[in-house]
Design a protein. Structure first.
Lengths: 308, 245
């Protein structure tokens, strides 16, 4: 029998595609407390001392293993702050699945602020997937304010996929990274806001070593009265490459601000940014309508594939 | 059968109304492969867009298989079996070729069927299935995908708006080879807007549209030689140059 209640299971499915306890190492946090945990031979999860949260140690050269650390909140009024540190050993290659799901059926604000620090060792690779999701019939706000700090050693690789597609009323995301020589970072942000939701994403990627490279891709759709602000910054302090791309679809009475900033402190830094905000192209709608889709169906298809 | 009865389409311009389509009446019987040609800006694409419902006529009626579709939406016309391949197809960020073909088809298309459509328009199918129909595709590639989206549908009336535009001549020659048989097997009636002689050679009937009116219509054997004569007469440079020599 599952250890999860029905609401837990649906949240875990939404944020981590989990239907049962995951394979490998995991730590599941529920309503501000540890709920289930398992370390593996190569991945150790420990409770932090002095403040809430966990330390995750991945042994050097661990390959093809995963860590799941989902957080779920099902009690209205919980305000949860957690510090999670990831130490990824040299040459390791792991998948980290995080994410937070809030079910708020009450009238109190529910908030989770996850402060994540990553120390990625020499030539190590991680893929980090984080989904944020909110639901519940209550009037209480669902708030998520994640902070992510990434320190990348020489030759390491970090792919981050951060997704928030529904139900989060307010979010402020801070992401900071520093890259040593030959390190490569790819960040993809996908965001959909609706109703009166607000979302802000601040990001600063410092490329400090020769041949470091970064790619930041942000795709968002703002509907109804929602508001979004993107402020990604790429700073080149060595012979490095970076590309920042912000692309937003704006609908209804939404507001979107996109402020990509690039800075070079080395003559051999090559940094590019592009940003676009626009309505759905009318020809795209017409094309899909000539297949027999209604205008609303066509709009859904365009939004869904854009955020895919 | 498609009938246009006194169809006009005008837009407001600085000097009053500009007639893009000026009182056109015509009937296209089932099973016909009709090529519409004529000078740029003459109203050909507008005519196609009026039939698809992308534009609404300012006057007149459009009857399709006995149903008055004049005020029907694009979606309703599509459901009646009308399809339109755009002259300049839009691109979609995130939409793969396979998904686009499936949307055209109305349900998830098996991989082998997608591949067959792509191959028939000269695209190496395996390479393209999961590519996005975005700015990474060239103009010619997007045009071929556009033609393939019509292949993926079972239509009573298929309208192609300058299918040759953007496709290099070598590939186009190969595309034309299969174009007619492809259309014959798949659609009841085909309207192609084209300036290409190779396409005109496929026509059961040709219609020349100029200044918003049907100037000539008839079999390709009647119309095509006239067009060539006019080209000779109308081209001063060619006329004088030949005479001087």
């Amino acid at each position: 029998m599952s250890i999860f209640e029905k609401t837990d299971a649906s949240l875990l499915d939404a944020i981590a595609d989990l239907h049962e306890v995951p394979q490998g190492a995991y730590n599941i946090r529920k309503n501000g407390q540890g709920f289930a945990r398992q370390s593996s031979e190569n991945i150790t999860i420990e409770t932090k001392t002095g403040k809430p949260g966990i330390n995750i140690y991945v042994k050097p050269f661990t390959k093809n293993e995963s860590v799941h650390i989902p957080v779920i909140i099902t009690q209205s009024g919980v305000e949860d702050l957690v510090y999670n540190d990831f130490y990824i050993g040299e040459g390791a290659d792991v998948l980290i699945v995080a994410g937070c799901g809030i079910h708020n059926s009450g009238d109190k604000k529910t908030e989770h602020d996850g402060i994540h620090r990553f120390f990625i060792g020499k030539n190590a690779r991680i893929k980090y997937v984080e989904k944020h999701y909110g639901e519940g019939e209550g009037t209480g706000d669902r708030v998520l304010n994640p902070v992510t700090e990434v320190t990348m050693e020489e030759g390491s690789f970090c792919e981050m996929e951060m997704v928030q597609l529904a139900g989060v009323d307010s979010t402020v995301r801070e992401t900071n990274a520093s890259l040593a020589a030959g390190a490569k970072m790819v960040v993809t942000e996908r965001l959909l806001t609706h109703g009166k939701q607000t979302a802000r994403s601040n990001m600063e990627i410092n490329l400090n070593g020769e041949d470091a490279s970064a790619q930041i891709i942000s795709r968002s759709v703002a509907k109804d009265e929602s508001e979004q602000i993107f402020y990604p910054r790429a700073v080149g302090n060595a012979a490095c490459r970076a590309h920042v791309q912000c692309d937003s679809i704006i609908m209804d009475n939404a507001k979107v601000r996109s402020i990509p900033e690039i800075a070079a402190n080395d003559a051999d830094a090559q940094i590019v940014h592009e940003a676009a905000i626009g309505r759905i192209n009318n020809d795209q709608l017409l094309k899909l309508m000539t297949f027999g889709l209604t205008e609303e169906e066509a709009e859904d298809v365009i939004v869904n594939v854009f955020l895919k | 059968m498609l009938e246009l009865k006194n169809v006009s389409f005008s837009v407001e311009s600085g000097d009053g109304n500009l007639e893009i389509i000026d009182d056109i009446s015509l009937t296209i019987d089932d099973g016909q492969f009709v090529v519409i040609t004529g000078p740029n800006g003459g109203g050909k694409s507008t005519l196609a867009r009026l039939i698809m419902g992308i534009e609404q006529p300012t006057k007149g009626q459009i009857i399709f298989n006995g149903t008055d579709i004049t005020h029907m939406s694009i979606t309703e016309r599509a459901k009646l079996g009308v399809g339109y391949a755009f002259q300049q197809p839009p691109r979609f960020k995130g939409l793969t070729v396979r998904r686009l073909l499936s949307l055209a088809h109305g349900s998830e298309l098996p991989e082998d069927e997608c591949c067959a459509y792509l191959t028939s328009v000269g695209l190496c199918s395996k390479e393209y299935l999961n590519r996005e129909v975005d700015a990474s595709l060239s103009g010619g590639e997007v045009k071929r995908v556009e033609i393939a989206t019509l292949m993926a549908r079972k239509l009573k009336l298929a309208i192609f708006d300058e299918p040759e535009a953007g496709i290099d001549l070598w590939s186009f020659a190969m595309l034309v080879e299969s174009f007619r048989s492809m259309c014959k097997n798949r659609y009841e009636t085909v309207i192609v807007i084209s300036h290409q002689e190779r396409i005109m050679q496929l026509a059961d009937e040709m219609i020349v549209v100029e200044k918003g009116k049907v100037r000539t219509r008839g079999s390709k054997d009647e119309v095509f030689p006239k067009l060539l004569d006019e080209l000779d007469e109308g081209c001063d440079f060619r006329g004088k140059g030949a005479g001087d020599k």
